[in-house]
Design a protein around this ligand. Sequence first.
Ligand code: HEM
Length: 208
Amino acid sequence: MGVTGLAMLLYVTVHMVSNLKIFLGRDSIDGYAVWLRQLLDGLLGYEGVVWVVRVGLVVCVVLHMTAAIQLARRARKARPAGYQHRAKVQGSYAARTMRWGGVILALFIVYHILDLTAGVLNPNGVHLAVYDNVVADFQRWYVVLFYAAAVIALGFHIRHGLWSALQSLGASSAARQKAIQAFSFGVAFVITAGFLSVPFAVLTGLVG
Ligand code: HEM
């Protein structure tokens, strides 16, 4: 779970930062979309890198979900009777919502690809016209709401997932535990805020 989770975290970090190019104008973000497709063109062909990343992400999602199901099964086997009194202080809100958060994210990604990659659910939907597609998308408050919900679910997921992964690597002292907690929160917060800034900038007219 850790390795695939960290690989996907790297992807969303790069994706979030590159989305901020929208604040630099149409040419910046549209040019980036073309640059990405031409990257290593000579070696892998047009869109070659994009396809390598797509295949890598699908492998990560499948392995990540398989590991999650296996872990849940193992936990159930280890305690088949269930708890008479489930302790209230069992981890944070993020920890308790990992499973549903993961499902929401998976559904969001399917919608997101149909919206901004395939363009079939986008009011503009022109291939490589990223700026116009994004602006057209976030004119609708309910789309902003859905994206915001998904990105916040991603934030909770990252906070708990990163904390778990770092915890497994060993956090012996209380001070180190605190540091891991703060670090995971910080990373999740920055990624969530970065993603949220785009739809809200469009909705408020800052971009568009
Ligand atoms: C407000 C938030 C977001 C915005 C504005 C946004 C925007 C975009 C845009 C414009 C594209 C198409 C880029 C292109 O064709 O060159 C794209 C692709 C993609 N986004 Fe996002 N995104 C957001 C959040 C997310 C999140 C949270 C995830 C993952 C959890 C995600 C995963 C993806 C993936 C996997 C693709 C690539 C699909 C493909 O080309 O196969 N995005 N995004």
